[in-house]
Design a protein around this ligand. Structure first.
Ligand code: SF4
Ligand code: SF4
Length: 302
């Protein structure tokens, strides 16, 4: 069984307890306009091109089996994405690493071996593996098999989810999950649809299932200025968290950043939040205080 992996990132301290290895899967049911991982949205391989690294050597064009790259002497190569099949031949020959293949097919065992290499760090720090994306719950067979192997090896398991996945997929993965990072973006379903492409009823229902299962869960909110940092959304989110009960009532804020911007350009995708300012620390703390005033413990991801 295999899946398309965009990255396996070691030594993460922001994606669950302790030091963790994060496995990024390709494919997501949402298209949040603030997404910082645009390479993880579509469930097929894509080529990223970082023109600042390109020396215009033309090697990539000479190996493309589909003649999808046109490279004129002294000019940057241009990729026709309509006929690119994502084979990765061009990225394999680009010594400048200007071309990156997003989405490498990997088997469960291959991913597991890569994770296992850092087991000593997990044991020393209380860390483990986090499966992220994209949306891991859209590949429940792969994820549950990977997490099952990890648990058998004594590795702590975490799933980072948008919650936008069939309930059956969630229930398939839950038994192999020790900890969950669950995004709550917007409580108003119409606004949720406007900014992510989908309504939120499925997500809210899955949040209830996770909480009532007794699993340890950390709800997280990407905090996007002018989109979901208003008092009404904070109130509705706090009310929803109270309605869940569960082990802990809390949320972590993840302030908007522009770190994904370069990847949009590399994929010839429009960065729809161009010009949006990041939040000042005081603005984030104001939202934190709004949650606290409503009895919700609230931390800020740095
Ligand atoms: S192989 Fe790499 S450096 Fe050479 S033209 Fe292609 S993208 Fe640029
Ligand atoms: S990924 Fe394959 S098909 Fe696409 S541009 Fe590169 S070599 Fe051509």
């Amino acid at each position: 069984m295999s899946s398309l992996i965009t990255n396996i990132q070691g030594y993460s301290i922001h994606d669950g307890p302790g030091i963790r290895t994060v496995v990024f899967l390709k494919g997501c049911g949402l298209e949040c306009i603030w997404c910082s991982n645009p390479e993880c949205i579509f469930p097929y391989p894509e080529i990223g091109f970082f023109k600042n690294l390109c020396t215009k050597c033309g090697q990539c064009a000479s190996v493309c089996p589909n003649q999808a790259i046109s490279a004129k002497v002294g000019q940057l190569p241009v990729t026709n994405r309509e006929i690119c099949c994502g084979c990765g031949a061009c990225s394999a020959v680009c010594v400048q690493e200007a071309r990156v293949l997003y989405g490498k097919a990997m088997k469960v065992d291959e991913v597991f071996e890569s994770i296992k290499a850092d087991q000593l760090f997990y044991q020393a720090s209380g860390g483990g593996i986090t499966v992220s994306g994209g949306e891991p719950l859209l590949q429940p067979k792969f994820v549950s098999e990977l997490l099952r192997k990890c648990k058998e090896a004594g590795i702590h398991t975490c799933v980072e989810t948008s919650g936008y996945a069939p309930e059956s997929a969630l229930r398939q993965v839950l038994p192999f999950t020790d900890y969950m990072l669950f995004d709550l973006k917007l409580l108003n379903s119409d606004l949720h649809r406007c900014y992510t492409g989908k309504p939120n009823e499925l997500i809210l229902n899955n949040a209830k299932i996770v909480t009532s299962s007794g699993l340890e869960v950390l709800f997280r909110m990407p905090l996007i200025p002018g989109i979901n940092d208003d008092p009404q959304n904070i109130k509705e989110t706090a009310d929803f968290l109270h309605s869940l009960g569960g082990k802990t009532i809390g949320i972590q804020l993840m302030p908007y950043h522009e770190l994904g911007k370069g990847k949009y350009e590399s994929l010839d995708k429009l960065y729809r939040l161009a010009g949006l300012s990041t939040l000042e620390p005081e603005q984030v703390e104001t939202v934190q205080e709004m949650f606290k005033a409503r009895g919700i413990s609230c931390t800020i991801s740095r």
